[in-house]
Design a protein around this ligand. Sequence first.
Ligand SMILES: [Zn+2]
Length: 271
Amino acid sequence: MPELPETTVISQDVAALAAGREVLRAEVFRPDVTNVEMQEFPRRLVGRKLLGTGRRGKIIVLDFGDVVGIVHLVISGRVLRLPEWQEPDRMNTAVLEFDGGLVLAFTRLWLGYFDLYEFGEEENHPLISRLGPDPFSEEFTVDYLTRAFGRKANIKGLLLDQSVVAGLGNIYVDEVLFAAGVHPTRRANTLTPEETKKVHAATRDILSRAIDLRGTTFDSYHDAFGETGQYQHQLQVFTREGEPCPRCGTTIEKTRVAGRGTHACPTCQPL
Ligand SMILES: [Zn+2]
């Protein structure tokens, strides 16, 4: 599933390809891909220019001026450049043609969607309205995390909660907790101030480096140019169960925490 770094890369790719271009055609394959009527989808987009793109948590935001596109790729969605216009189908769930012959398909939105909102109304989107601070925002401070961690819930579950921090998912939470030396099952309210500081720093550091390396590909993720990311080669614990810890040599363990496969070094992340 694309997390913050992958969503950032795709969003920047879409801007590089399509910003400043006018939409000539737009269609979705099924009514449940979007929040507007299927016929309304082209009516709202055709004739508008893509002014820019952004990201809210793991959601891509497309700025068409008076209209805002909210794209959630969820598990296996991708953005692909097609050689020419083709009607949307099960794979190419939403297709947009821009001037200059650029055709972008938002593929495999089986659980994802391409919603349209009036400018400003996107704050009412059910996911966006519940998002916590972005890790790169000014609100994301050590003090904020200290307050957010004042609960008995396990630290991994809290970091996965999009209302606590926007954009982290299973891969990067495991990597952040390893970098901070904090076991994923620790209760958040037992973290020392030093540990909270380390979680804060590791979150920004790991996400920035993952963006620089254009994300992590270990399943289906590719950028909008069809290329894989490179951060999978930097992963310290995620998908490395049974391998020696890169820091101390202890075997990395995989367990289930917060309902998710979780990787940790029992020595570097003591309980
Ligand atoms: Zn270790």
